[in-house]
Design a protein around this ligand. Sequence first.
Ligand code: PLP
Length: 357
Amino acid sequence: MIYLDNQATTPLAPEARDAMLPYLGGPDTNMFGNPHSPHRMGRQAAAAVDIAREQVAALFPDGGRVIFTGSACEAINLAIRGAETGGKIAVSAIEHAAVIDTARALGTPHIIPVDSEGIADTRSNLPSDTALVGVMQVNNEIGTLQPVEAIAVQAREVGALVLCDAVQGAGKFAPPQGADMIAISAHKIYGPKGIGALWVRDGVELTPQITGGLQEGLRSGTLNPALCAGFGAAAKLARERMAEDAAHARALWDRALDLFEGWTVNGSLSQRNHANLNIRREGLDVARLMSDCRDVMFSAGSACASGSGKPSHVLTAIGLTSEQAKTSVRLGWGRYTTMEELETAAERLNLAALQQG
Ligand code: PLP
């Protein structure tokens, strides 16, 4: 099998797995303590969580705190709902459902348009009653980099808080600047599934959305030290390997542009994550392509939206027709993808697409 769906999730880095193993905690170990217990075993588990928190904090700007959550979706919900601004929410047209649907659940959001390159418009004015702005660092479907800092400047002018969904940018790019809250997810940076984090700038107050023990201050639930340790190790590795991973992604990107010559790239060619290639081909039946190329794992859009039958809101926001959007596929490589795998996958996809006529 060839895995080209690294925007949906990434494999667990061996270093992250090794960091987790001791804290999975069988009865024959002394490593299963509740990190919130004051006894020795509990303190040992808490120490692992503390180290992980510092490692994850290094992915964020200075001047804030890190709250572990069960996912980035949860972190985003805590940020948007917990801010309790009561005012207008503005989100870019290409935000993940975690942001758009949460904003919609609280009212009718103002939508910040994007251009045909898939970059949010920094010239359109935010409504003066905007209280919270949601803008992502890197789009998950088309890989475009967003002008977070410029939008944060606009937000500040109207006195709004800024949430940045940095799920697809964390560990790959420098932390976004200007945000008050930043959400990330371990399983997109070669860490384990089931843990995310919300960074909250000092001085920003949120209301807990899950009440109980309030172990994380703002969030209840016993932390899983194994997940925290894996997240921390993955974060550390991502920082150490940032340049190397980026160079590898770029080499695959350059080759992919040749391999998929007859296809059209969706989104900016320059302002982007080079590990993401979203391409379309006139008349392509994507479901048939997927069935013909079962050994290649790729996406017909974002993993969350695919299967819904609706054209991607990201692709339609950049001006594609429903038909064009439905002829698009997303290929996403990563640290462990080899050039040979990319070439083999391209050969299979191109052959299957050509056979469709
Ligand atoms: N935001 C973006 C941009 C994503 O790509 C994803 C995952 O698909 C999420 C949020 C949600 O992350 P999680 O799976 O940790 O809830």
